[in-house]
Ligand binder design. Structure first.
Ligand code: 5GP
Length: 118
């Protein structure tokens, strides 16, 4: 069940400010408030989806395309398409998802090491 009062829903409605990187019909991208790497940007769909489970089952094809293309557009805008980056999504409890609106993290701007630290 989607919570319309989650933080990213409020950012999408303009009720909370963000440092916007990019916006189009399907996505909003903004800097993470607590960056883990030199570049740390979040890309979120404009539709109301809790996580990848929800999105993969319920999003329209055009929304899925819009999100994937959005990640590519944002990575090019940030210049990390040249240097490399990690796109990461946390889904649910075991992954430690904090905000219940689907988002991809884009990490880059420096060497960021291997994938998993437990
Ligand atoms: P998750 O753990 O859900 O994958 O990541 C949530 C991310 O959202 C975290 O990296 C956190 O720093 C970021 N975040 C939480 N609240 C805000 C906010 O109000 N503004 C922005 N820009 N980022 C936020």
């Amino acid at each position: 069940m989607y919570d319309k009062n989650n933080i990213f829903a409020k950012i999408l409605r303009g009720e909370i400010s963000c440092k916007k990187v990019y916006e189009d019909k399907f996505v909003l991208a903004f800097e993470d408030i607590n960056p883990q790497t030199k570049i740390h940007v979040l890309v979120i769909p404009k539709g109301e989806y809790v996580n990848m489970d929800d999105f993969s089952k319920n999003a329209k094809s055009i929304e899925i395309e819009g999100l994937i293309r959005g990640i590519g557009i944002v990575s090019a805008m940030l210049g990390v398409d040249k240097t490399g980056y990690r796109y990461l999504g946390n889904n649910g409890i075991d992954a430690g998802q904090e905000v219940p609106h689907l988002h991809f993290h884009i990490f880059g701007g420096e060497k960021i090491g291997k994938m998993i630290n437990k």
